[in-house]
Design a protein around this ligand. Structure first.
Ligand code: NAP
Length: 476
């Protein structure tokens, strides 16, 4: 591997204490690379670099920033397959998922190239005093971006692109399981024209210490985090000390509701996408599948048959649909959740058996008759396991769907649009897929309510997360 050091101020360098850590290929458990582990001292060097780059970057015209982002989109699109291979190597996901991610990741550069030139303001007159009210948006300042392993490219570009569009320099702390993709993106950004210091990457095995040090540096103004709700809560506590602007994309527990008037084939297709995209390692994954009792038999049969056709193996090989889970802990969690559901009365329709040999593989698995107290209905499964329950006309299915501390995404399938929209409005989730198993789109505001997060990424809202509104009261 070529890029395994810290990337600070446009230079590659070892960590200040020379420590490194291994990145493992989850398909065969081999060591892919040894990566430099950043220290608190390195974190401060990143902020020094960002601080030195800030005025020039913020002072560039929106068009200039836009064109650099546009070039990043073009370069990443041209090298999509190269990035997809690297994503598969360090994360495990199958090629189609990795190509999908690389495409999605590049799209954030295109979308925010277009948004960079549309930071609207307003001028109006105060109704009583007659003073002029001028409202405009300024870059908020240095942003610390902390990203997870499940989308090593896209969760980074979903933050880097809007920050750069807004005029903010950034420090990216990628997940230790998957730092290679983010490091490999840096030469591409250089080629696109991003100046030194505007994007810095700090892999670190001491994530708590380095992120905490950055959040307590007075020059930092934004923290944007994607990951688990537990870590998000800690970062919100740290962010409170300096009253930083937080953006939090946290965990989910998505309900997937299929009404008796749904188009069953469309619902099965949607469930396959919502459950199996990224082999279930997604915050948007359907975690609780509720099917009306009148159609439960036929839905289960068709869905299980589609799940059975998926081929498990090394994600780099041809014809593979489901790669390995990212590491042993993630697989152990899935094994425990399935065993717990079965112990509480669930029926195993498909899968459920860990294959022998190297790699953290787990087969597509279907559970039915899952009891309400099964842990998999309350915790993110984060694996290729579908937990099915039924409901009847007498049940308040919206209340069941809302009965969680999470509120990221829900899915609803019905041919009755009036009912569909009424249900969508009652669901306490930041996003709803209505007759669709996929909601992620760079042009849409992605994000959750309740303990799934704060703020939005993508859409028009994404860039505002990196800007401050200033109001000038003027007389002339
Ligand atoms: P995680 O354990 O919370 O880690 C996410 C990032 O935070 C990693 O870079 C990690 O670094 C870092 N980190 C861990 N502890 C930290 C601390 N004390 N202080 C500062 N940083 C810390 O999450 P994950 O397991 O990588 O990702 C899975 C989770 O992400 C799931 O809950 C999923 O739902 C959520 N997710 C949400 C969205 C969304 O948009 N809402 C999207 C994708 C994923 P190390 O790797 O070095 O520990």
């Amino acid at each position: 591997m070529k890029y395994t050091d810290l990337y600070i101020n446009g230079h590659w360098q070892a960590g200040s204490n020379d420590e490194r850590f291994d990145v493992i290929n989850p398909a065969d458990e081999s060591v892919l690379a040894s990566v430099a582990s950043g220290t608190v001292e390195d974190a401060i060097a990143c902020i020094d670099a960002a601080d030195a780059a800030f005025a020039d970057w913020a002072g560039r015209t929106p068009r200039e920033r836009s064109e650099i982002l546009r070039r990043a989109f073009e370069l990443m699109t041209a090298r999509r397959d190269e990035f997809a291979r690297l994503i598969t190597k360090e994360n495990g996901k199958a090629r189609a998922d990795a190509v999908g991610e690389a495409t999605y990741a590049a799209e954030f550069f295109r979308w925010f190239a277009e948004e960079a030139v549309r930071a609207d303001g307003m001028i109006t007159r105060a109704p009583s005093s007659g003073a002029r009210i001028l409202v405009h948006h300024k870059p908020a300042g240095i942003a610390v971006l902390v990203t997870p392993w499940n989308y090593p490219a896209a969760m980074g570009t979903r933050k880097i692109a809007p920050a750069l569009a807004a005029g903010c320099p950034v420090i990216v702390k990628p997940a230790s399981e998957t730092p290679l993709t983010m490091l490999a993106l840096m030469p591409l950004l250089e080629e696109a024209g991003v100046p030194p210091g505007v994007v810095n990457v700090l892999p670190s095995r001491s994530s708590g210490a380095v992120v905490d040090a950055m959040l307590h540096d007075r020059r930092v103004r934004v923290v944007s985090f994607t990951g688990s709700t537990g870590v998000g809560r800690k970062l919100l506590h740290s962010a409170a000390d300096q009253v930083l602007k937080p953006a939090m994309e946290l965990g989910g527990n998505a309900p997937f509701i299929v009404f008796d008037d749904a188009d069953i084939d469309l619902a099965v297709e949607g469930a396959m996408l919502a459950k199996m995209r990224n082999l279930g390692e997604a915050c948007t994954a359907a975690n609780r599948i509720y099917v009306h009792e009148k159609i439960a038999g036929i839905f289960t049969e068709k869905f299980s048959s589609a799940m059975k056709q998926l081929k498990v193996g090394n994600g780099l090989d041809d014809g593979i649909d489901v790669g390995p889970l990212v590491n042993a802990d993630t697989r152990n969690k899935v094994v425990n959740l399935v065993n717990d559901a079965i112990a509480r009365g669930a029926k195993l329709h498909l899968g459920g058996k860990v294959p022998s040999g190297k790699g953290y593989f787990y087969p597509p698995t279907v559970l039915t008759d899952v009891s309400d107290d099964a842990l998999c209905l309350h915790d993110e499964i984060f694996g290729p396991v579908a937990a099915l329950q039924t409901f009847s006309d007498g049940d308040d299915i919206v209340a069941r769907a809302n009965d969680t501390e999470y509120g990221l995404v829900a899915y609803v399938f019905t041919e009755n649009m009036k009912r569909g929209l009424q249900v969508c409005e009652k669901l306490e989730f930041g996003m709803v897929g209505l007759n669709r198993g996929l909601v992620s789109d760079p042009a849409a505001p992605f994000g959750g309510v309740k303990q799934s997060g704060l703020g939005r990424e993508g859409g028009h809202e994404g860039m505002l997360e990196f800007m401050e509104t200033q109001y000038i009261s003027a007389t002339w």
